[in-house]
Design a protein. Structure first.
Length: 205
């Protein structure tokens, strides 16, 4: 399945209504990280951008950007967290990979870090690595790209959940771009649902 087909399939499950083109300077991103990025992630950033899924999972920005009220989550911090966990919890013994090959693209509300293992020269062949906090295994590798991993996760195709939280219940999946979420917060609304929130705007979510 091509990245366009994967994106269309994702949109059937998770509409991009509250997404936005992140308008990323990909040459700058590639220079900063020293690598190209998977085509499905590039397509995701163009259609959805960085943001949250049902308020329980976050897709990260490849480079930091200033926020409207607080800075949105970016890859560098979570990549460092994943690499530290890999070293501390014996990831190298479980999988023959150096921590430098780990690159984070998302996190969940259960503190799982969703990554790629970037050992292959072709980014479209990078598998997903889950560094779990409340999962059956601390580290698990899945032979899919980011978009296919999300599709399988949303379609409940895993016998054992690869993440430590259920952020969907078979109902609609909602994606909210980080700018949309912060605007809602500034307006006194829940950043994920848009409903009035008496505590919104008082402090960062």
């Amino acid at each position: 399945m091509t990245e366009n087909a994967q994106l269309k399939a994702l949109e059937q499950l998770m509409p991009a209504t509250h997404g936005a083109d992140e308008d990323i300077d990909w040459p700058a991103v590639e220079a900063a990280w020293g690598t190209r990025f998977p085509s499905d992630f590039v397509a995701f950033m163009g259609r959805y951008g960085a943001g949250t899924i049902n308020g329980e999972a976050t897709v990260l920005l490849p480079l930091p950007k200033p926020g409207l009220q607080w800075d949105p989550a970016a890859m560098a911090e979570e990549t460092a967290n994943a690499r530290r966990l890999w070293e501390a919890e014996g990831g190298r013994a479980a999988f023959d990979a150096d921590p430098e090959t780990i690159l984070a693209w998302g996190v969940t509300g259960a503190s799982d870090i969703l990554c790629w293992l970037t050992g292959d020269e072709d980014p479209d062949r990078w598998p997903v690595l889950v560094c779990g906090r409340h999962t059956a295994d601390t580290f698990a590798v899945y032979p899919y790209g980011m978009a296919e991993f999300l599709l399988r996760l949303f379609s409940d195709e895993f016998d054992v959940s690869p993440v430590g939280i259920t952020f969907w219940d078979g109902g609609p999946l909602g994606f909210v771009h980080w700018r949309k979420a912060q605007r809602r917060w500034q307006e006194g609304r829940n950043p994920e649902t848009g409903d009035p929130d008496p505590y919104a705007g008082e402090f960062p979510a």
